[in-house]
Design a protein around this ligand. Sequence first.
Ligand SMILES: NC(=O)c1ccc[n+]([C@@H]2O[C@H](COP(=O)([O-])OP(=O)(O)OC[C@H]3O[C@@H](n4cnc5c(N)ncnc54)[C@H](OP(=O)(O)O)[C@@H]3O)[C@@H](O)[C@H]2O)c1
Length: 319
Amino acid sequence: MRERETVLITGGSGGMGAEFAKIFAKEGFHVVLAARSEDKMKALAEKLNQKYGNSCANSVAAVSACASGQGAVSERASGQGTVSVQDSEYRVRPDPQTEGKGDLCVEYIPADLSRPGGAEALWAEVQRRGLKVDQLVNNAGAGKAGRVVDAAPEVMEGLITLNVTSLTVLCRMAGAAMAERGYGKILNISSTAGMFPDPYFNVYGPSKAYVLALTEAMKGELKGTGVTVTALCPGPVRTNWAKNAGKAYPAMAADPARVARIGFEAMQKGRLCAVPGIFTKTGTFFLTRCLPRSARVGIGAMWQRAMIRKDEKKRGSIR
Ligand SMILES: NC(=O)c1ccc[n+]([C@@H]2O[C@H](COP(=O)([O-])OP(=O)(O)OC[C@H]3O[C@@H](n4cnc5c(N)ncnc54)[C@H](OP(=O)(O)O)[C@@H]3O)[C@@H](O)[C@H]2O)c1
């Protein structure tokens, strides 16, 4: 009988992370969400537990209690799985010996991954809960419009910690545990912004180029260990990302559910890199292979300026 797998999804409170959570829950995984918005993760966990899990449906209150990370944990066996008792609350974990709807559970861990030590604290909480992470989706990420020379250093530091450092620490911690067990899958969310110059978004494009480079390096290092590392490089996707970054979406922005499905499938197949959508794929191929580097910089700057202007017009800050 196949053991039920556990997936840790960072940025699981909305956007593509929520779409990943829906896919993994539907596919029968034990899902662990991590992000800052506890209320959003709680709502999503409740919805998914009600839809896909019986044993967890009655432990919704307990899931939020677990998220506080307070109190001592003791464990005892039950008919349905392992029950963690924490400050007189409990939650039910899936029993690896059983399959089917009833033993699925979605839980969440509040985490700020833009803070130094945020990823280490998240991993420590994963360990404290006794979770064995079989698959990791490094999805949490953000960007901010603006030139490098105008950006506040602390904003850039926060973005680098979120997009680069925390992602790397989680790859390191989860990857090592997976390699030791001889099985695991990691999906890192990069971007076409990591394949092509991304002026006017300070460190975003460079941070996503790092994500792609790290994925390639780890893929080479982990060959033969049973652990695969995949990068997903979407073009524009219709989530809150652009609004938060101060940029408008082009008309052809993709559906987040579709992009997450493509990422999920590429990850399960152990592919190195997936660029969702035929338009994005051919566009990226042409722009990165057929143009000289200096022309790419000029086109990147023109495109990003147009998207920032469109957003400013929409917000009414310019006419
Ligand atoms: N949308 C696009 O056009 C696009 C294109 C290519 C790549 N991407 C990448 O795809 C990934 C998902 O983005 P999305 O489009 O789904 O954006 P989104 O809707 O803004 O979601 C971002 C997720 O990251 C979490 N997050 C942000 N800051 C965090 C922090 N400090 N600590 C922990 N979690 C944090 C957010 O949760 P909280 O706010 O609750 O913390 C949220 O769940 C990102 O890595 C993004 O760079 C997006």
